[in-house]
Design a binder for this molecule. Structure first.
Ligand code: SER
Length: 338
């Protein structure tokens, strides 16, 4: 008999690092799919590693034939800045790749007769303000407000939330046994900050880049204005949120996609706490107009009361604690700096 496994796409990325470690610690059998081979810290933790693209249907068919997947964490995506440089490729990977994974989950569910839990990280990029004035007046936005993304990545994420909802509720509704085989659940992540890895190609990257550069003793030019404010979360809380959402009883969930947030610092506030921890840090500002425009279109705060109420989302790390107990000590240790 085949044993149930968890499939993680984009497992070599930032969220994947934390998630693979947590799930393997909990005894789950994990298979991964990533365009690059996993690094030496992750590879030993997984049952099987597939190197390739989520756009490769033949590869997905092989996985389908060999494994009984009962949970999918679909993390693979091109992030927001990268997607603006190659929008058509971004659409191909972010949208068609997600469609492929939803079909994969549907077939898995049909073959083993139980719904496959499908966890999807969407993003604050699903929101979009027309101008800064609207952003400052909006306050903490709920999931259904200002869903007018200004980036290809944001459009992709918002649409894939809808696509997942369709698979979970309406797919094959005209066929005889219209039983949902995909149990789709999504979070809208704020910017994530990890002490272990650096992001690549995102627009919230200025916060983690500032911290890691200072810890390495390298100068850094922040690409957004000091007053720029969006929500952030420490990576361990992000991974916990994915696991909590996956474990929540279906009948508690009142939404498809949930806002999450933990703290909303300005770029200047992040710089201040980094400089306090690394007094020789050299952090200046060189504004990138395009990236500034993207972050200005994202909310300064989100209302995450639905996640708190429905499945007990409750991040451990506020701004102060994230830096004091997680980021600064772990990053210091990572780069061996005192
Ligand atoms: N952090 C991501 C990015 O900056 C947004 O989800 O692209």
């Amino acid at each position: 008999m085949r044993k149930p496994v968890v499939l993680i796409t984009g497992a070599g990325g930032e969220i994947g690092h934390g998630l693979v470690t947590r799930l393997s610690g909990a005894g789950s059998l994990i298979i991964t799919l990533d365009v690059s081979p996993l690094d030496a810290t992750l590879a030993p933790l997984v049952t099987r590693e597939f190197t390739g693209s989520i756009t490769d249907l033949a590869l997905l068919d092989r996985v389908l034939a060999e494994f009984e997947v009962d949970r999918v964490f679909h993390l693979a995506a091109l992030l927001s800045t990268r997607s603006e440089f190659t929008p058509v490729t971004a659409h191909h990977v972010n949208v068609e790749g997600t469609l492929n994974l939803l079909e994969f989950a549907q077939h898995q569910g049909e073959s083993h007769g139980r719904p496959v839990t499908f966890i999807y990280p969407s993003s604050i990029a699903a929101f979009g303000f027309p101008d800064l004035d609207t952003k400052s007046r909006a306050g903490a936005v709920t999931e259904d407000q200002f869903a007018h993304p200004t980036t290809m990545y944001g459009c992709n994420k918002l649409y894939c939330e809808q696509l997942g909802h369709y698979y979970a509720h309406y797919y094959k509704q005209l066929s005889a046994d219209a039983i949902a085989r995909v149990d789709f659940r999504a979070v809208r992540f704020p910017g994530l900050i990890s002490a272990m890895t650096l992001p690549s190609g995102g627009t919230s990257d200025y916060a983690p880049e500032m911290i890691h550069a200072a810890a390495k003793g390298e100068p850094y030019d922040c690409f957004v204005r000091p007053d720029t404010t969006i929500p952030f979360m420490a990576m361990p809380d992000g991974v916990d949120a994915l696991l909590a959402l996956a474990a929540a009883p279906r009948n508690r969930l009142t939404r498809t996609a949930y806002n999450l947030s933990a703290f909303n610092p300005s770029a200047a506030a992040v710089r201040d706490v980094v400089v306090a921890a690394f007094p020789d840090a050299r952090i200046g500002y060189t504004i990138d107009a395009k990236r500034q425009g993207i972050v200005d279109s994202w909310p300064a705060a989100v209302d995450d009361s639905a996640a708190r109420r429905d499945w007990g989302f409750n991040p451990i790390y506020d701004f102060e604690r994230a830096f004091r107990e997680y980021l600064i000590p772990t990053i210091r240790q990572r780069y061996h700096r005192r």
